[in-house]
Design a protein around this ligand. Structure first.
Ligand code: ATP
Ligand code: MG
Length: 240
């Protein structure tokens, strides 16, 4: 794959929310929004609260359906898939192989131990039907990531549901970086972290960029943004 072919291509994207329980109130959060992300770059989405930054990431991950426009994601076979037209099954496939997402909140599966939450992406089957790693090796790799992100070993066998905000955020980060995909979406990945763990996440993002991962990120902390981002896109209120 050429280093100049985009991993993400959003073109003329419009996102409208209609609030049925609020008298059909219409919110046009994005109008004619476009964004291209190349391998190795980290594009920061900046701008005031409520301008649609998280919405852009949710659209790119297929969590929200665009009201209009095109959202191309590069699949691992090199083809560009317009996720506004893709089936739920295609989107599941893209998430397993092409795009990762660190939301601010961990969606925990009840009763699954933290170490298994982190190891899980290594056990997913690839397009050849084989898991990326055997369970024992995957757990060993997960243990390395938990150590790197300073999760005490006493917590590894516990489900993360009761973990602190910063601990859950680090589980989320470990789970996303243990098997990097070509495109990574980061929604305030250091928001709940102390300076030491913030530095670790900065290192991880830089290393991913060096491997050619393309990143779209929301970073409230200007020091973090300066350390990781290659350019910035300012989000503004759409003119009506
Ligand atoms: N599922 C939804 N239903 C209705 N409105 C929504 C939904 N998701 C987002 N919005 C609205 O879209 C607007 C943009 O939200 P978004 O979360 O993208 O903002 P943001 O730029 O990430 O803000 P912040 O910096 O506070 O995280 C907000 O006004 C929000 O209320
Ligand atoms: Mg947000």
């Amino acid at each position: 794959m050429s280093m100049t072919s985009p991993l993400l291509e959003m073109e003329g994207v419009h996102k409208r929310f209609v609030l049925h329980l609020q008298n059909q109130t219409v919110l046009d959060v994005l109008r004619d929004f476009s964004l291209r992300v190349l391998p190795g770059e980290c594009v920061r989405l900046s701008g005031p609260s409520g301008m649609g930054k998280s919405t852009v990431l949710k659209l790119a991950f297929g969590n929200y359906q665009a009201s209009a426009g095109r959202i191309g994601l590069r699949a691992v076979d090199g083809s560009m898939v317009d996720i506004t037209q893709a089936s739920p099954r295609d989107i599941v496939q893209l998430r397993a192989s092409a795009v990762g997402y660190v939301s601010q909140f961990l969606r925990v599966i009840p009763r699954v131990a933290a170490i298994d939450v982190v190891a899980e992406p290594l056990l997913e089957r690839g397009s050849d039907g084989q898991p990326h790693m055997e369970p024992v090796a995957a757990r060993a790799e997960a243990a390395r990531w938990l150590t790197r992100l300073r999760i005490p070993a006493s917590l590894w066998q516990l489900p993360p549901a009761t973990f602190s905000g910063g601990e859950q955020q680090r589980i989320n980060i470990a789970r996303s970086f243990i098997r990097t995909r070509p495109l990574l979406l980061l929604d305030e990945p250091t928001a709940s972290l102390d300076p030491q763990n913030t530095d670790t996440v900065i290192e991880l993002i830089r290393a991913a960029r060096e491997q050619g991962v393309g990143i779209v990120g929301i970073f409230h902390d200007p020091a973090v943004a300066t350390a990781v981002a290659s350019r910035s896109v300012a989000m503004q209120a759409p003119s009506s």
